[in-house]
Design a protein around this ligand. Structure first.
Ligand code: CP3
Length: 358
């Protein structure tokens, strides 16, 4: 591949593939949302589910943070529970997902229909088609879904929870039912993400937000087994695949041989250790504590430096928070974060020294 061709790849996609980048790309988990006044203004006109189901609204909300900040990726405005709603699961957002009849029996698992994206969630595909031509600066669009185990947590417990006890005891008490449910969810998410790719998504991300609830053997046996199926089915899209493992510092060895391009981690996992354990074949994404956005500007820069130093000079780092941005965050802090990551990392290569030296 010629140097020119490499230069044309957006930095986010290049970093996913561990190629050299002109600066470290950055995007922010939950970058479209309540910390932005323009999101709150739209949100006051309709509930969350209506926003996600109306392509014009979903596209607008997706683009809002890209107009304010020099972000290197957009992420579709939707929710991990949206495809399940499309499959007929009765749920509401309050604001976290609340499932009217939690899934506990084989009969309920068997009754879950297959997902047919064009029929069940056409608005998601429409939103992607609306977003793509309107992305500023040729910014790539990330499509996403929930990790099968994280979806199981909500389906079995019925609502957000700290420990998701009912979901974890389900794994131990009804092992085969749990595996059946996870396989079904994993396959549905593969179909869902495949449809997002066909509609125009340029990278695919699976959020395993509750991975850290499991010890490595259960994580491997339940969560990872299903994720392998999902990711294997998506390889043929040719798009970068990202697996976000929240609270996964004890799980890095388990995911090291998963066939994905990028592993996303939270702030509790030191990036240097993560990179050593994952080896040179994987890029990493993360991992500033969302709380660090409340630091004084100078202090925030030092916290960003620490993340960048831990990630090291090897290609294949995408800067992000370690988990979703908090609604109370000041948009000014986000602007400072994005600009500082770009400024500090484009200073590094010798070829850039002249540009920055004035
Ligand atoms: O900007 C983006 O990242 C895209 C939008 C997005 C939302 N949810 C919008 C949302 C994404 C990627 C998600 C994923 C999601 N949803 C995850 C995985 C990521 C993570 O944070 O771990 C999870 C676990 C959920 C489930 C969920 N949905 C919760 C726990 C909540 C309530 C908490 C909250 O942030 O309010 C939701 C609702 C939700 N999803 C909102 C938004 C903007 C708030 C709805 C509102 O406006 O009232």
């Amino acid at each position: 591949m010629s140097v020119q061709q490499v230069g044309k790849i957006p930095p986010f996609l290049a970093a996913c593939r561990r190629q050299p980048v002109p600066y470290t790309p950055i995007w922010v988990m939950r970058q479209a949302g309540r910390y932005l006044p323009e999101y709150r203004a739209l949100r006051s006109k309709g509930d969350f589910a209506t926003l996600t189901r109306t392509p014009e609204f979903a596209a607008e909300v997706t683009l809002q943070p890209l107009r304010r900040f020099q972000l290197d990726a957009a992420i579709l405005f939707s929710d991990i529970m949206t495809p399940l709603q499309g499959m007929g699961v009765d749920l509401t957002f309050e604001p976290g997902p609340v499932v009217r009849e939690p899934i506990r029996t084989d009969a309920q698992i068997d009754a879950l229909p297959e997902l047919v994206p064009e029929r069940d969630v056409p608005f998601v595909l429409e939103s992607i088609k609306l977003i793509r031509p309107n992305l500023p600066r040729g910014t790539p669009l990330i499509g996403f879904a929930g990790g099968p185990f994280t979806l199981l947590c909500y389906l079995v417990c019925g609502r957000p929870s700290k420990e998701f006890g009912a979901a974890r005891s389900f794994l131990y008490a009804q092992r085969q039912s749990a595996e059946r449910l996870l396989d079904k969810l994993g396959d549905a998410m593969a179909v869902y993400l495949g449809a997002q790719a066909a509609a125009g998504a340029q990278a695919l991300m699976l959020f395993e937000s509750w991975a850290g609830l499991l010890a490595p053997p259960e994580f491997q046996r339940f969560a990872l087994r299903a994720v392998r199926r999902t990711m294997a089915a998506l390889r043929s899209t040719g798009l970068p695949l990202i697996y976000y493992v929240n609270q996964g510092s004890a799980l890095m060895e388990s995911v090291a041989d998963l066939d994905v391009d990028v592993i996303g981690v939270d702030w509790r996992s030191p990036l240097g250790t993560v990179r050593r354990v994952l080896g040179p074949e994987k890029a990493v994404q993360g991992n500033l504590d969302p709380a660090a956005l409340f630091a004084e500007p100078r202090d925030l820069e030092r916290h960003v430096d620490a993340v960048l130093d831990a990630a090291g000079p090897a290609p294949g780092h995408i800067f992000n928070l370690g988990h979703g941005i908090w609604p109370e965050t000041s948009p000014d802090a986000v602007a400072r974060l994005v600009d500082y990551v770009h400024e500090r990392t484009s200073r590094a290569p010798a070829s850039k020294a002249e540009e920055v030296g004035t």
